[in-house]
Design a protein. Sequence first.
Length: 384
Amino acid sequence: MVYDVIIVGVGGMGSATAFQLARRKQRVLGLERFDIPHAMGSSHGISRIIRLPYYEHSSYVPLLQRAFVLWREIEALSGQELLVTTGSIDGGREDGELFNGALASARLHNLPHEVLTGAEVNARHPGYNVPPALRAVFQPQGGLLASERAIVAHVNAAMSLGAEIHARERVLGWEAHPSGEGVVVTTDRGRYEAGRLVLTAGAWIGELAPIVERLAVAERQVLAWLQPKRPEWFTTERFPVFNIDVEEGRYYGFPVYEVPGFKFGRYHHRAETSAPDLVRREVDEADEALLRQFAARYFPQGNGPTMALRTCMFTNTPDEHFIIDHHPAHRQVVVASPCSGHGYKFCSVIGEMLADLATGDGSTKHDIGFLKLKRPALSQEAQA
Ligand SMILES: Cc1cc2nc3c(=O)[nH]c(=O)nc-3n(C[C@H](O)[C@H](O)[C@H](O)COP(=O)(O)OP(=O)(O)OC[C@H]3O[C@@H](n4cnc5c(N)ncnc54)[C@H](O)[C@@H]3O)c2cc1C
């Protein structure tokens, strides 16, 4: 075999995996259909939130603790800031899932945190105008990741350790090697052989692993950056990243960082799912109006002129937990769909995990049982 491991998709997850494999002295080939980085997948738009209290499932917290260590490592290697600490707010109704789940996971894992009312949040952070009765977990280690720069940092680090990375090369398909060992990968430029294959194709994962086609569905998202009327209230020092559940739905947001605007979005925006290549890329008035309505009510001082609007894709599983597993019919192939709108913060640790699954006996020390392909929530969907 010419390569030990081929990685399909060099976005957030694939770039981190290339680095982790290269540092284990694996001969790596990373194949990316667009540019590195690019704005067609799930990792663009400058920044992503990283937060530790995890209402989605408390098993994510130990993974995040390791992710923080690895983010700091790649940051040091790259010599540039990739993780900016702002603190994080997870807020919602007092009896709601978001607040209670975040609080339970903070307590379970002894994370430093404070429980605040909305009124207290607004007083501390004047950019906020959330309902006074909202309940929030403030966690001081949360912040934002420079997502596009981190892809470049991982790719540079991987290449400096000998990884080969090809952009503008689309994988058309793969098959098990006729010898029974390894894989053969066909692209629009050539044909490659490797011992193992890692599929980190983001929204396109179903095209390369039909077994997850119905389980990993692309969904259009829209991000807005609005010029704050009081920029001094929207700095990384004064404005923590947020994840809040309000009457209108669940929203997330950031201080001003690089693009001169307060950045935010609505989870599942307008619930538009489609094949990834058919996702509507332009932003219309209804998209902007929906987002502005939220800013006007909860972040009025952030509701100035529009600075940028971008579309992006979630890849959702039915239970919104990631899929990370060996292919059931081909153990030399690893399938990874870590999105459902919350995967980026895990890239660094998922890179390590996928490197574990694609080397040696394929085991990992990380507890990822809850992310297996064969789990009840996914079996029901696959059979439906
Ligand atoms: C608007 C938005 C906001 C988000 N906010 C957050 C957040 O705040 N915090 C958080 O943790 N997560 C967040 N997420 C989720 C997070 O961004 C994703 O989980 C993460 O980016 C997924 O990374 P990926 O590597 O799987 O996908 P990508 O980065 O899209 O990489 C997949 C790559 O595979 C390539 N590819 C696909 N098919 C082929 C092929 N046939 N041949 C070669 N290459 C191929 C694609 O071109 C792409 O580069 C958000 C997502 C969106 C869209």
